[in-house]
Design a protein around this ligand. Structure first.
Ligand SMILES: NC(=O)c1ccc[n+]([C@@H]2O[C@H](COP(=O)([O-])OP(=O)(O)OC[C@H]3O[C@@H](n4cnc5c(N)ncnc54)[C@H](O)[C@@H]3O)[C@@H](O)[C@H]2O)c1
Length: 337
């Protein structure tokens, strides 16, 4: 059985390709390299001993996607990571986000729908919950109006998949990630943010290595114990493994509904200052940071209720924040050496 991983050279995609190949899956990757590098293929090979098949395709190109499904008629499952993901950029250029994140999804589902039975795993996000009223956040927490076009593409994406499931043989799992961090322990693959990092951990490691002068901590008067925002940081390798577990669930027909939803987090919230302290401890580096004004649009706290993922999906995050930060730091040192 061949599995298509879109965005398979990106941060989460590359770690997932590794876990899929480790479990014996035959993988073909589509990536347009808009936010990744072709060298990631060698990183995957260094870990697994095998390069996945690779097609450099822009998923916004409908004909190219159709040709792909003709060439790879044995693809019966897709893990769909490819998307644009910068929240700020999505506010500046919403149509780019709707075209890329929605257009690509539609073309992929069109490619799958002809098959009598197929599997689809979608990268969703905890952003769909906005500032949830209750912590930890369960999958039944209400979806809130999206705060950015990026967030909206995840909500619309989920709705499209729900609609399509009703009339096709496509079984889907929507995975709502909390905050993925870290790198593979071999440091053959990791996060490669282009330009200024949007996320805390790559900003921390780039500051520690001297690429950024200072880390800004946005706000210190949130209603949290130390006044900084709280998030649920999940090691990317744990996250990658959850995709394999979800795929097997669909293949083995263990899913109870045609579309199932799972939160993927650790269940533990960490504040920005806690992450900084943990980083300083594992790296031995003193971090140059400064508390600045709050950023508009930031929510106070978000961490996952993991009961459903643990008990229904049968997956649990195993790696700690410290392990994630240590691997991210090792990775940063490697790519800058
Ligand atoms: N990283 C996070 O914090 C986070 C959190 C929640 C959800 N997600 C979602 O998870 C998925 C993967 O995120 P990531 O952090 O690995 O991002 P990433 O940018 O590292 O990976 C995405 C990959 O998709 C490719 N891509 C983008 N548009 C494409 C197109 N039109 N055709 C072909 N390839 C294309 C990029 O080149 C990149 O390699 C995304 O859908 C993202 O929205 C990420």
């Amino acid at each position: 059985m061949k599995i298509l991983v879109t965005g398979g050279l990106g941060f989460i995609g590359s770690h997932t390709v590794v876990e899929l190949q480790n479990e014996g899956f035959d993988v073909v990757v589509i990536d347009d390299l808009s936010n990744s590098s072709i060298e990631v293929l060698s990183g995957i090979e260094a870990i697994t001993g095998k390069k996945p098949d690779f097609e450099q395709i822009d998923l916004r190109d409908k004909t190219a996607v159709q040709d792909f499904f003709e060439k790879y008629s044995d693809v019966s499952g897709i893990i769909h990571f490819a998307a644009s993901k910068a929240v700020g950029e999505s506010v500046e250029n919403p149509l780019l986000y709707y075209e890329n994140n929605i257009g690509s999804l539609v073309y992929l589902l069109q490619g799958l729908q002809a098959k009598p039975e197929s599997h689809f795993i979608f990268s969703s996000s905890c952003t769909v919950y906005g500032q949830a009223e209750k912590m930890p956040i369960t999958e039944s927490a209400p979806i809130q109006a999206a705060m950015s076009p990026y967030g909206n593409t995840k909500q619309i994406g989920e709705e499209i998949i729900q609609d399509v499931a009703k009339v096709t043989g496509i079984n889907s799992i929507l995975l709502r990630y909390f905050n993925p961090v870290g790198a593979h322990e071999s440091v053959n693959i990791g996060e490669l943010p282009k330009g200024t990092p949007q996320n805390l951990v790559p900003f921390i490691t780039q500051t520690a290595i001297g690429l950024r002068e200072q880390l800004s901590v946005f706000g210190s008067d949130y209603p949290t114990p130390d006044g900084t925002c709280i998030r649920d940081y999940i090691h990317v390798v744990d996250l990658a493994k959850a995709h394999v577990t979800a795929l097997k669930r669909l293949i083995n027909k263990e899913n109870k509904d045609k579309v199932e939803i799972f939160n993927l987090g650790t269940g533990k919230g960490s504040s920005v200052l806690e992450v900084i302290n943990a980083f300083e401890k594992v790296s031995g580096q003193k971090l140059n940071y400064k508390i600045v004004d709050k950023r508009p649009g930031d929510i106070t706290e978000a961490y996952a209720d993991t009961e459903r993922a643990n008990n229904v999906l049968g997956w649990k995050a195993e790696l700690s924040l410290e392990e994630a930060l240590a691997s991210a730091w090792k990775w940063e040192q490697k790519i800058r050496s």
